[in-house]
Write a protein that binds this ligand. Structure first.
Ligand code: NAP
Length: 330
């Protein structure tokens, strides 16, 4: 059986990818950090097939050990401080984990190596936040970067060091420049899940209002389940390369809010939504829209789930969770 090693297994994408690779017949190793991380038990309850391996992206020896123990054919580096707002408050930590963590993973893979005729293949989770103050629309693999947050800056370093290791050491290393992708496993701190969870709670009478930042911000939102498949496809290609993964369509936060409330039968959402400048970013990114035509042409990748289907899936999931917690029959 092929073996896959995933960092960030307790995150949204790590869980989707673990399930996807398991379904493809992989042995899945997931790196877990911390001495009593409560998310690990929850993930293992749902996916008991995952072999957990301790390690931290801040600690190279632990990464070398983790790769030695799991002997993977493929490494997916999804671990990161991934919340843009947090990166403004903890910029140094973000640079260390989201940026230098990539270098450490590449070094661990290079040091352990893999079989001579079967070198370890490496995937890096790059981000559309690298485009920030965009130089062209839509953004492609050739669009110059202009990050607008410590998170975006750290991702640019991670992206560039992957290119550098590929060119310097002939590693099979790829980066997926993924635009925003969401789903029922999205962390509650991210705006999509914050909205769908609040809408579910408002519908159930558990919450009065939702407080948001800039309703005009626009994003290219896809479904995480579609996007982890693209990660795997990159590592099955004949040559390593970088790919934009996106839907090519954009929606505002206001579109998201409107659609989420409509899903629970509330047409006039305005009385339930308040804006607070506290949630505005110090520097906002421009209109992010990805051009995924290279991934379509070279990998045969296309997204399956549309924006309305995504919002509906997330609202229905949050309704079930919140109703169950509150003991309300739906
Ligand atoms: P997520 O839900 O925030 O998960 C982040 C993961 O990183 C968690 O498992 C977390 O583990 C782990 N992590 C944090 N610090 C770590 C450290 N010091 N050592 C090892 N692991 C650490 O993120 P996601 O949405 O799944 O995204 C996956 C990757 O894709 C991230 O690199 C993200 O930046 C990137 N990305 C995401 C999107 C998106 O829209 N989702 C778009 C572009 C790129 P704990 O549970 O222990 O904290």
């Amino acid at each position: 059986m092929p073996r896959a090693f995933i960092t960030g297994i307790t995150g949204q994408d790590g869980q989707h990818l673990a399930q996807f690779l398991h379904d493809q017949g992989y042995d899945v190793y997931g790196m877990v950090k911390g001495q009593s991380n409560p998310r690990i038990a929850a993930v293992l309850e749902e996916m008991p097939f995952i072999e957990t391996v301790p390690g931290d992206l801040a600690d190279l020896p632990s990464l070398v050990k983790a790769i030695e123990v799991s002997q993977p054919d493929e490494v997916y580096n999804l671990g990161a401080i991934s919340f843009v707002a947090m990166s403004f408050n903890q910029a140094e930590l973000t640079a260390n984990i989201t940026g230098l963590g990539v270098l450490r993973m590449l070094e661990a893979v290079r040091m352990v190596g893999g079989a001579e005729n079967n070198p370890i293949r490496f995937y890096q989770a790059s981000s559309s936040e690298m485009f920030g103050k965009v130089r062209e629309t839509p953004q492609t693999e050739a669009t110059p970067f202009h990050p607008r947050s410590p998170y975006g800056c750290a991702k640019v370093f991670g992206h560039d060091i992957v290119v550098n290791y590929r060119e310097s050491y002939d590693m099979f290393a790829c980066s997926g420049i993924l635009f925003n992708h969401e789903g029922p496993r999205r962390g509650i701190e991210f705006v999509t899940r914050k909205v769908t969870n609040a809408v579910a709670r408002i519908k159930l009478g558990l919450q009065q209002e939702i407080v948001l930042g800039n309703l005009d911000s626009k994003r290219d939102w896809g479904y995480a389940g579609d996007y982890v498949k693209a990660m795997w496809m990159m590592l099955q290609a004949d040559e390593p390369d970088d790919y934009v993964i996106a839907t090519g369509q954009t929606h505002s936060i206001e579109d998201l809010v409107e659609r989420a409330f409509a899903e629970v039968g509330i047409e006039d959402w305005r009385p339930y939504v308040r804006q607070d400048p506290k949630f505005f970013r110090p520097a906002e990114v421009d209109l992010l829209i990805g051009d995924p035509s290279k991934a379509k042409r070279e990998l045969g990748w296309e997204p399956d789930v549309s924006f309305p289907e995504l919002v509906s899936m997330m609202v229905r999931n949050d309704l079930e969770i919140e109703a169950k917690k509150a003991g309300i029959a739906l």
